[in-house]
Design a protein around this ligand. Structure first.
Ligand SMILES: [Mn+2]
Length: 281
């Protein structure tokens, strides 16, 4: 048995299929751990969800910001965005079953007291135990009171339980930069080398590192795959013309396939058929 942690698929089913061929995936023996953002931007969100759900116990997922957005749209409190790419999913007869399944995904996961999986990252002040407590509280509200938790202004909600869980949800699924005080910075998408001087990537600030643990995260396509002290990034921008990546936990081996050109939303990570990338996403 091997366990593979996969970066953001974002509706790129063909790339996922090729990656599973590359690792000779066997659903009777291996386990896939998806780091969130299985859906949106790419063209095959519905098929990716059906495929991964069909793997049953051979696959596990955690929630990314695109799943959170989708659940917020379903709860009727978030407006669809212009570049959402899940029209097929919205019209599918199994939409409700797929979204019920998705709403049960956790926000974090640990493997063997050694690997900690989260879509975006953690606040530097959090221990892993505290991150898990916060994740479980946010998951509880996501299931019990989704319209309150996922509403756009939830981080400022009157109910302190909702407000805190909304802020924690944003950290776990969206964080990239933190300021000198260790607070999450507003939306940033470029590589850390392009950050303003007062901001640092969340994984660089001195924080409560826990010896022996490695945080595995996705969400940040412009980082590509980086192996850092105590953290490894695995979103290599498949939908942006990059690669889909899988890390095998047993030996740290990295497997990658190039994006399928038919599934690329925009060539931002490597040159596409039309020439050099237009910008760095
Ligand atoms: Mn993301």
């Amino acid at each position: 048995m091997s366990r593979y942690v996969l970066g953001d698929v974002q509706g790129c089913l063909r790339s996922l299929e090729r990656l599973l061929d590359r690792i000779a995936f066997d659903a009777g023996r291996d386990h896939l751990l998806f780091l969130g953002d299985l859906v949106n931007r790419g063209p095959r969100s519905l098929e990716v969800l059906r495929f991964v759900r069909g793997l049953g116990p051979a696959a596990s997922c955690i929630l990314g910001n695109h799943e959170v957005h989708l659940l917020g749209v379903r709860a009727g409190v978030r407006a669809p965005e212009e570049d959402d790419a899940w029209a097929e999913l919205e019209a599918a007869p199994d939409r409700a079953a797929l979204l019920d399944w998705m709403a049960g995904w956790p926000l974090t996961r640990r493997e063997e007291d050694r690997w900690f999986l989260v879509h975006a990252g953690l606040l530097p002040s959090w221990s892993l135990a505290e991150a898990e407590e916060r994740a479980r509280r946010a998951e509880g509200l996501l299931r019990a009171r989704p319209a309150e938790l996922l509403a756009p202004g939830a981080a400022g909600a009157e109910d302190p339980e909702v407000a805190e869980a909304a802020r924690d949800l944003a950290v776990l699924t969206r964080i990239r930069g933190v300021d000198a005080a260790g607070s999450m910075a507003a939306s940033l998408s470029g590589p850390p080398e392009a950050f303003p001087p007062d901001l640092r990537p969340w994984f660089e600030l001195p924080h409560r590192r826990e010896p022996g643990w490695t945080v595995l995260f996705g969400h940040w396509a412009s980082l590509l795959v980086r192996r850092m002290e105590g953290a490894v990034s695995l979103d290599s921008g498949c939908v942006w013309g990059g690669w889909l990546s899988a890390l095998r936990l047993e030996d740290g081996a990295l497997f990658q396939v190039e994006a399928d050109p038919g599934e690329v939303r925009a060539w931002m990570v490597r040159p596409g058929p039309g020439g050099p990338p237009t910008c760095r996403g």
